[in-house]
Design a protein around this ligand. Structure first.
Ligand code: VGL
Ligand code: ZN
Length: 209
């Protein structure tokens, strides 16, 4: 480990993505204790929050006649979730925030969705995180959180393209898993894409006992 240039990223560890939340990821709450065991292995951490205004473009409820998981122009439509300022959009209360030095909120543009921590889904509007990480000298990013196939996966892809060494800690993530082909979901699809880009996948036990 390189304490000055390694950083742990917590992606959307928000109750809105956990059982009982608006867009529950199966077993999503299980990432919280894993992340709390990983945090002491790092001197630095950052977090993201999905942070949407009511009536956001990505909500099925915004599109008459549409239901969650329909698509419009390639955009997957979701249940209303991650409402800026709502209790379920907070970072999960049990997360130890001691080492979290910056929190990046994304998805606040009403007409643009944002999965990645680096760019909105137009893949050009930056969140500013790259500048922050670069100015602070971080070179290697370890990713955790929700969801493997959206926020984590898209962030990993952008991190790799931006030149960061990128490691996904698999058991510190959970995926949504939308079917894409027989026997395949968005989780397998993103993993194959990330492996081809040079992403590493490890287990939390590789870092923390
Ligand atoms: C996410 C679905 C909808 C994510 C955000 O950040 O993983 N997924 N909005
Ligand atoms: Zn969202």
């Amino acid at each position: 480990m390189q304490p000055d240039t390694d950083i742990l990223g917590l992606m959307d560890v928000q109750p809105t993505f956990m059982p009982g939340g608006e867009l529950p990821v199966v077993d999503g709450h299980a990432v919280v204790p894993v992340i709390n065991r990983l945090l002491p292995c790092f001197a630095h951490a950052f977090a993201t929050q999905d942070w949407h205004p009511p009536g956001h473009f990505s909500f099925a409820s915004t599109h008459p006649g549409k239901v969650p998981f329909d698509t419009v122009d390639g955009q997957t439509l979701w249940p209303d979730h991650g409402i800026a300022g709502s209790p379920n959009a907070a970072l999960h209360a049990a997360i130890d925030q001691t080492r979290i030095e910056v929190v990046v909120r994304k998805g606040f543009h009403p007409h643009l969705d944002s999965y990645s921590a680096f760019f909105e889904n137009d893949r050009t509007t930056p969140t500013g995180l790259d500048g922050w990480l670069r100015q602070r000298g971080f070179k290697r990013i370890f990713l955790t959180g929700l969801a493997t196939d959206f926020c984590v996966g898209w962030s990993a892809e952008d991190a790799l393209r931006l030149g960061y060494e990128t490691i996904v800690i698999e058991d510190a993530c959970r995926g949504i898993g939308i079917p894409t082909a027989p026997g395949r979901t968005t989780v397998e699809d993103i993993k194959d894409k990330l492996l081809a880009l040079g992403c590493c996948f490890i287990a939390s036990t590789d870092l923390a006992a």
